[in-house]
Design a protein around this ligand. Structure first.
Ligand SMILES: *[C@@H]1O[C@H](CO)[C@@H](O)[C@H](O)[C@H]1NC(C)=O
Ligand SMILES: *[C@@H]1O[C@H](CO)[C@@H](O)[C@H](O)[C@H]1NC(C)=O
Ligand SMILES: *[C@@H]1O[C@H](CO)[C@@H](O)[C@H](O)[C@H]1NC(C)=O
Length: 380
C-alpha cells in the first residue's frame, strides 16, 4: 500500500507540477489528495507565514518568497509531510516583539530545506540587542528551532543578525547542513550577546559542513549527542568550537564528535571542552583535527572539569570523564594574544584518559600555571 501510493505520488509530481501563488490562506483540505501533494505552493508577504503553516500538509514544495513574518509569530513548519522541500527566496523578515520565539521552526522526516541564490533570512536582531543576550534586558526570541529533523538536509541558508541564539538542533537523527552562513558581525559593536551559532543536544548523525559563523558566543556548542561532525567551517568573533557545557541536563552524553579542517579567528577561545563540576556524564571520542587558530583573546585550548558557569572555578571533579580525546594538527603558532593563555587543562583525578595529542602548536600567550591531572602526551 505505502509503496504504491509513494510511486503514484512521485508520478504525479513529475507529471503535473503546478505552481500557484497563495495570497491568503487557501481552503483547508481534509487529508491531502495525491494531486495536492504534488504541488508547489508559493507564499509571500505578511500572510505568507500563516498561509504556509496552514497549508503545509498539502504542498510537496513550499516556496517562501519575501515572506514578512508578523511580530510574535513563529514561521511554523513543524507538521510537514515526509519528503517536503522548503525553499527560501528573497528576504524573509520578522516583526519586533519581546518574546522567547522561536522565529522559525521546521520539523519532519526526509525534509529538504534550501536557500535560493541571494536569499536572506533576516530577523534584524539589532532591534533586541542590548549587550545582555539571554541574561537580562529585553526578552529575545531564539531564531531557528531545527528540532526532530530526521534524514533531512538544510542547504545554503544565509542568516543575518539573530536576536540571540541562531540555530538549535535537538532530537535530530540524520541531519546534514551544508553551506550555512550566520552573520551576526554587526553585533560585535552593536550589543550582540549569546548569539550562539549552532547549539546541539540529544541528536545523532549530524553533519555541518562549510558553515561560516560570525557571532558573539559559541560557534558550535555540543551539549549532548552522538556522531556529530563539523567540518570546513569558519568561526569568527565568538567563543570557538565547544563541547558543553556538559552536565546538569537530562542528557549528559557526548560521544563521537569531530571538528575538522576549520578556522577559528578573532575569538575568545579556539577549542573548549567544559564539564560541569559536581555533575555526572560522559565526553568520549571527541576529535579536533586540522584546526587553524588566529587572534585568540582568552584561551587557545581550554579543557576543564571545574566549569561552574564560569571557566576554571574551584576544584575539578571526576563525574564527567573526558576519554578518547584526539587533538591533531592544531595550528596556532602565535595565535594567542600575549595577555591570553595558550592552553589550560584542569582534570579531576583519573578523569582524563587515553588522549592523542599530535602536532598541536598553540603559542603567543601565557602558560597556565594551574593545570591538573593532565594525561600524557598532552601538555599545558
Ligand atoms: C554518522 O553520521 C553520518 C551522517 O549521518 C552517517 O553517514 C554515518 O553512517 C554515521 N556513522 C555511524 C557509525 O552511525
Ligand atoms: C583510545 O582512543 C582511541 C581514539 O578515540 C580509540 O580508538 C581507542 O579504542 C581508545 N582505547 C581505549 C583502550 O579505549
Ligand atoms: C596532519 O598534517 C600533516 C602535515 O601537514 C598531514 O600530512 C597529515 O595528513 C595531517 N593529518 C590529519 C589527520 O589531518
Amino acid at each position: 500500500m505505502t509503496k504504491v501510493s509513494l510511486l503514484l505520488g512521485a508520478f504525479a509530481a513529475s507529471a503535473c507540477v503546478q505552481a500557484f501563488v497563495v495570497p491568503s490562506a487557501p481552503a483547508v483540505t481534509q487529508g491531502p489528495k495525491l494531486e495536492d501533494r504534488a504541488t508547489t505552493c508559493t507564499f509571500s508577504g505578511s500572510n505568507g507565514a500563516s498561509s504556509a503553516s496552514k497549508s503545509q500538509k498539502s504542498c510537496a514544495t513550499i516556496v517562501l518568497s519575501n515572506v514578512a513574518v508578523p511580530s510574535g509569530v513563529t514561521l511554523d513548519l513543524s507538521d510537514l509531510n515526509d519528503g517536503t522541500t522548503v525553499i527560501f527566496e528573497g528576504t524573509t523578515t520578522w516583526g519586533y516583539k519581546e518574546w522567547s520565539g522561536p522565529l522559525l521552526q521546521i520539523e519532519g522526516n526526509h525534509i529538504t530545506v534550501q536557500g535560493a541564490s541571494g536569499a536572506i533570512l533576516n530577523p534584524d536582531g539589532a532591534r533586541w540587542w542590548d549587550g545582555e543576550g539571554s541574561n537580562g534586558g529585553k526578552t529575545k526570541p531564539k531564531f531557528f528551532a531545527a528540532h526532530d529533523l530526521t534524514s533531512s538536509t538544510i542547504t545554503n541558508l544565509n542568516i543575518k543578525n539573530t536576536p540571540v541564539q541562531a540555530v538549535s538542533i535537538n532530537g535530530a537523527n540524520g541531519l546534514t547542513i551544508n553551506g550555512m552562513t550566520i552573520d551576526n558581525s554587526a553585533g560585535d559593536s552593536g550589543g550582540g550577546h549569546n548569539t550562539d551559532g549552532f547549539d546541539i543536544g540529544s541528536s545523532s548523525n549530524v553533519v555541518i559542513s562549510g558553515a561560516k559563523v560570525y557571532n558573539q558566543d559559541d560557534c558550535v556548542a555540543v551539549n549532548s549527542g552522538t556522531n556529530i561532525t563539523f567540518s570546513g567551517g569558519l568561526c569568527s568573533g565568538g567563543h570557538g568550537l565547544s563541547i558543553g557545557s556538559v552536565g546538569g541536563r537530562d542528557d549528559n552524553t557526548v560521544q563521537t564528535v569531530t571538528f575538522s579542517n576549520s578556522q577559528v579567528t578573532k575569538s575568545s577561545n579556539g577549542i573548549r571542552i567544559k564539564a560541569t563540576a559536581g555533575d555526572t556524564g560522559t565526553i568520549k571520542g571527541v576529535t579536533y583535527s586540522g584546526i587553524t587558530l588566529s587572534s585568540i583573546t582568552s584561551y587557545g585550548i581550554l579543557i576543564e572539569q571545574n566549569y561552574n558557569g564560569g571557566d576554571l572555578h574551584g576544584s575539578p571533579t571526576s563525574g564527567i570523564p573526558i576519554t578518547n580525546l584526539i587533538l591533531q594538527n592544531i595550528s596556532g603558532s602565535g595565535s594567542v594574544q600575549s595577555s591570553a593563555t595558550n592552553i589550560a587543562i584542569v582534570c579531576g583525578s583519573g578523569a582524563c584518559s587515553n588522549w592523542t595529542w599530535n602536532n598541536v602548536d598553540v603559542t603567543g600567550g601565557k602558560k597556565y600555571g594551574s593545570c591538573q591531572n593532565v594525561p600524557s602526551p598532552a601538555s599545558c
